[in-house]
Design a binder for this molecule. Structure first.
Ligand code: DGL
Length: 286
């Protein structure tokens, strides 16, 4: 069991921000990453579509000899959170999203009890982070903003090539939030840490940022340790990447962000197979 893989998925490159933190904290674990690049973005879609896609992604990872699956995606985690899916579906393996860990961290570090949350439309609509934060401390005020274009800028690598455009879009979405009194900001979508420095700069470095990747990696390490599941392999991480489309874009971003040369390491999986495998898969909640 210890030598099995950690399965990680997202709609695209966003989950790499989680992989980066897993590599730092768990250098001997083997990771299978799936980025559903054929169907990115998930954020503007309906709950039932997001749920269907996510369950198909999980179904694929389940076939990869995994010991734990991480939804490295705020959108999927939010839809699951809202529908209380985790306990309902996943009995035969350990599954986790990212909401609780990021919310807990924000509550722990805010001094003035004003927390900003940015995420995709589905995440913000679900009120997942907000609900969790208010359960922990009802006195905290939250300010939530959906930033749908951030994912496209990142998937298109514009944040590296056209910082001017990226800064304009940051201003478009975050102008009002900047006027609020937040001292802590949750990057509620795993794509956003890729533009973390630009966001921090926009807030004149005056706020603290919560990166869900950092929190979920810490959580994963403690879960594996407590359950005696840490891989005792002496080799460095073996990471396999799978995508459902556009291998090149994925490779470029992964190469610059993770510092790994991914030539020949990214495999394309057939979306039709993914969808067909879903035919008799998990019942949907009504
Ligand atoms: N990285 C994802 C998230 O954390 C998905 C964004 C999207 O596909 O819209 O929300």
């Amino acid at each position: 069991m210890k030598n099995k893989n950690i399965g990680v998925f997202d709609s695209g490159v966003g989950g790499l921000t989680v992989v980066k933190r897993l590599i730092e904290l768990l250098p001997n674990e083997n990771i299978i990453y799936f980025g559903d690049t054929a169907r990115v973005p998930y954020g503007p879609r309906s709950n039932s579509t997001i749920l269907r896609y996510a369950l198909q992604d999980i179904n694929f990872l389940k076939s990869q000899d995994i010991k734990i699956i991480i939804a490295a995606c705020g959108t999927v985690s939010s839809v699951f959170f809202k529908n209380n899916i985790n306990n309902f579906y996943f009995k035969d393996f350990f599954f986790t999203g990212i909401i609780e860990m990021a919310a807990k961290k924000a509550v722990a570090i805010t001094k003035n009890k004003n927390i900003g949350i940015i995420g995709t439309k589905a995440t913000i609509k679900s009120k997942s982070y907000e609900t969790y934060i208010k359960n922990l401390d009802s006195k905290i005020k939250t300010y939530s903003v959906a930033c749908p274009l951030f994912v496209s800028i990142i998937e298109e690598n514009l944040f590296n090539n056209r910082i001017d455009i990226t800064n304009k879009i940051i201003d478009l979405y975050l102008k009002d939030l900047k006027k609020s009194n937040i001292d802590t900001l949750i990057l509620g979508c795993t794509h956003y840490p890729l533009i973390k420095d630009l966001i921090l700069n926009y807030f004149d470095n005056k706020i603290k940022i919560v990166d869900p990747g950092v929190e979920i990696a810490k959580f994963t390490k403690s879960y594996l340790t407590q359950n005696n599941l840490i891989n005792n392999n002496i080799n460095k991480n073996n990471i396999k990447f799978f995508v459902s489309d556009s291998v090149d874009n994925f490779k470029n971003i992964a190469k610059s962000f993770l510092n790994i040369d991914l030539i020949n390491q990214v495999r394309l999986i057939n979306l039709e197979n993914l969808e067909n495998a879903d035919k008799n898969f998990y019942p949907r909640p009504s």
